[in-house]
Design a protein around this ligand. Structure first.
Ligand code: FES
Ligand code: MG
Length: 584
């Protein structure tokens, strides 16, 4: 990254199409050709001499979460033109949660590579990253961090909520709730079909504090997005105004060479993680921020995250931890209003895309008013942060639990393991009337980790076995090496590291073993002695999965564990050796 930056710095006095490397061995001829081709689209020399702002358009018929991308691109272009820049929209791949087999996470790193290389390949002085659906924002931040060109994030914004028989509904916490009711025979086929029409009431990202909303809020706190721009819904005028302003800001960033490494510092990541904890955000936020930080050469310290969690209350009352939806958060003042509450815990010196520090931005934020979505520190939704970090012999490299969305009665629990070897095994047996399972048991799912599935699917939210659901059981302790959707709730231990598919302890759990979860002690233990575990390992050693060709081969050979962000090992920066730089 540093070498590439220095090449670009040499070009600082130039702008527009002059930037870029020589691809015909003759810099003058290369520029001559580039200009000839772009003039084919009708540009004048005057237009081409201006700061070029690339605009990444991830609109796709397969991505309704980005259904407003065409309008956003137009608004960003307007902002760029207003500031004397030249807007250049271009596509990258787009990844939607429901249309990405085997799982969207499998494609996140591919999207990050597309983003990085297309920013690098094409001449531009700054870039606007338009993303929204869960994996797209992390992929864009990862790519932009590695490319090193001034970059600003714009999210598509949340969808509106719908109405079902007098009740407000939104994707996707309510999707799960209604599906659970259907499985338990509480509602019939006609009603489940009715609600299907109402859960996604407009284009835009999921309306609860799922991964998309979480990443939007964290990215604003990280300083990579305009203050206030995380929360406005997709279809609002506010969303379009932020898009225009993002275009204006991108031109200033291009002129000032405000590169991502100046914004995404360890202090900025600390702010982003504070917000993750205070919003009761998606557990995926941890994995994604770890991957982005890795692109800049440092790790997220899980012990520090847990310490922060003990001192950061959940303040935002959104589903799945609370009651409301993203449109309510916007009306309540959005992320700036939350940051004002968190101010004593924040690193105010962190720089933002505006060129001003977070502290300076907060000084100018709108004054507080009475509302019921963002609580005060004195009156939190939950006294600690949303996420707790667990350790123990079952997860020597760590695991996490979304404690704010877990059942209090299960947070100190010891039970008998009911083991599923993989997702298919679970699908085949979970609803079997003969399955030997009780409400006090611990459901264990193996082989849904980074290499196991592959791609660490969101299958960690194991359904309650049908026969128990029918008896009214709503929650059980569930453990896996996978992830779960940010819109899900339950006493669910995730990201068990190392995963089963690379020989982690999880691989050797057997039916009937005792497992202890203590959120208070931050412990997840398999109550089987080391000699017995060694015997099991020797008896049936784990063979890592492989693939013969293509992206799957690359993925299986190079993907890292959750504690390194599930990024490819060769995409991480070698700077800092994973250590947090001294300057913090
Ligand atoms: Fe795109 Fe939820 S499916 S944000
Ligand atoms: Mg999701």
């Amino acid at each position: 990254m540093s070498q590439d930056n220095s090449n670009r710095d040499d070009d600082q006095s130039k702008s527009g199409l002059r930037k870029g490397l020589t691809n015909y061995g003759d810099a003058g001829f290369s520029l001559f050709l580039r200009k000839a081709f772009i003039k084919g689209a009708g540009y004048t020399d005057d237009a081409l001499a201006r700061p070029v702002v690339g605009i990444i358009d991830t609109g796709s018929a397969y991505n309704p979460c980005h259904g407003n991308a065409p309008q956003l691109v137009e608004a960003v272009k307007r902002g760029v033109l207003m500031s004397g820049g030249l807007p250049m929209p271009f596509p990258t791949i787009s990844v939607h949660e429901s249309f990405s087999q085997p799982t969207s996470m499998y494609l996140r790193n591919l999207m990050s590579m597309d983003t990085e290389e297309m920013i690098r390949a094409q001449p531009m002085d700054a870039v606007v990253l338009i993303g929204g659906c869960d994996k797209t924002v992390p992929a864009q931040l990862m790519g932009a961090a590695s490319a090193g060109v001034p970059a600003i994030q714009l999210v598509t914004g949340s969808m509106l909520t719908g109405g079902h028989r007098g009740e407000r509904v939104g994707a996707c916490t309510d999707c799960r709730r209604f599906w659970g009711k259907y499985r338990a025979d509480e509602i019939d086929g006609e009603e489940i079909a009715d609600v299907n029409n109402q859960l996604v009431a407009s284009v835009g990202t999921c309306s609860v504090m799922g991964t998309a909303s979480t990443m939007a809020c964290m990215t604003e706190a990280l300083g990579m997005m305009l203050p206030g721009s995380a929360a406005p819904p997709a279809v609002t005028a506010d969303r379009m105004r932020y898009a225009e302003q993002t275009g204006v800001t991108a031109v200033t960033m291009a002129r000032n060479r405000l590169t991502p490494d100046k914004i995404m510092t360890p202090a900025a990541f600390e702010n982003a993680l504070r917000v993750l904890l205070a919003i009761g955000g998606s557990t995926n936020g941890v994995v994604h921020m770890t991957a982005v930080a890795g692109r800049l050469g440092f790790d997220i310290d899980m012990k520090q995250l847990d310490k922060m969690s003990r001192e950061t209350p959940v303040l935002v009352d959104l589903k799945p931890s609370g009651q409301h939806y993203m449109e309510d958060l916007h009306k309540a003042g959005g992320v700036p209003a939350l940051l004002r509450e968190l101010r004593p815990l924040l690193r105010l010196e962190a720089l933002t895309v505006t060129g001003r520090t977070l502290g300076e931005e907060l000084d100018d934020a709108r004054p507080p008013f009475t509302q019921h979505v963002i609580r005060t520190v004195a009156d939190p939704i939950y006294p600690q942060g949303g996420i707790a970090v667990l350790e123990g012999n079952l997860a020597p490299g760590g695991a996490i639990i979304k404690q704010s969305a877990a059942a209090p009665a299960l947070m100190e629990h010891e039970g008998r393991a009911v083991v599923f070897e993989n997702a298919e095994d679970m699908a085949n047996r979970i609803d079997d009337p003969d399955l030997d399972v009780n409400a006090d048991d611990v459901l264990v799912l193996k082989n849904i980790g980074p290499t196991g599935a592959p791609g660490m699917p969101e299958a960690g939210y194991l359904p309650i076995p049908k026969k128990l659901a029918r008896q009214g059981v709503k929650d059980m302790v569930r453990i896996s090496d996978g992830r779960m959707s940010g819109t899900a709730a339950g006493t669910i231990v995730l990201h068990v590291t190392p995963e089963a598919a690379v020989g982690g302890t999880l691989a050797y759990v057997q039916n009937g073993d005792r497992i202890r979860l203590s959120v208070a002690k931050r412990e997840i233990s398999l109550l089987v002695d080391e000699a017995e575990l060694a015997r099991r390992r020797a008896e049936k050693p784990v063979v890592r999965p492989e693939a013969g060709r293509g992206y799957r081969k690359l993925f299986l050979q190079t993907v890292t564990q959750a504690d390194k962000g599930v990024d490819f090992d060769f995409l991480r920066s070698e700077e800092n050796n994973g250590k947090i730089p001294e300057s913090r």
